[in-house]
Design a protein around this ligand. Sequence first.
Ligand SMILES: C[S@@+](CC[C@H](N)C(=O)[O-])C[C@H]1O[C@@H](n2cnc3c(N)ncnc32)[C@H](O)[C@@H]1O
Length: 201
Amino acid sequence: MILGDSGEYEFLTEAVELSKDVDGLLVEIGLRLGMGTKTIIDACLQHRPGSTVISIDPFGSILYTCREADGPIRLDYTNDMYKQVMLSMSEYVIDKNVNWVMLKMTDNEFFNRFAYSFPIYELEHIIYTKYAMCHLDGVHTVHAISDEVEWFNDRMDSGATIVIDDCTPDFFDIEPINRLFESLNWELYKQGVKKNIYRKL
Ligand SMILES: C[S@@+](CC[C@H](N)C(=O)[O-])C[C@H]1O[C@@H](n2cnc3c(N)ncnc32)[C@H](O)[C@@H]1O
């Protein structure tokens, strides 16, 4: 079963629609049981069929900061959860016009390994260097999220969108991240109770 652990998933739908004419891949950092990625995929089918959606998540119950004040802990993001979500997501995408790619690694592994390009194989070998939309829902620290924002900003064109989950003081302080976006020429397009949408100007 594809499940979520948050709210305002419609913000992901909106972010995909907003960036539908922007060249590039779509990414979710932090897959868990799939609801974020599924929502992005559904929006792609509607607004940009044939897109590539990448989910990045190491699973393996590695040390993980869910709430910045609590520091790193181990949660139930196990390798068994990975097997479960691979089954349910594979079943979901099997007959759909989307290229779903699961990368079982951390955000930093992804950034290091794919700093220059990401390969897609669809009859041809296509090299992607751009991203259109991203959902940041992995490590909930100002440091980790700032690194993610800077990495994607370098690879995104005007009109691209980033959604951040759990933007409330009990998870982490969103203010430094808002300031970072502003300094990079992004607008806070929509502020929710859980999620924020940012758009590159
Ligand atoms: C809050 S859950 C994601 C929830 C999911 N996006 C949803 O909407 O249902 C956080 C996920 O981040 C993953 N995670 C932990 N450390 C990570 C890292 N360094 N990079 C990427 N993902 C990470 C965890 O394994 C976990 O599955």
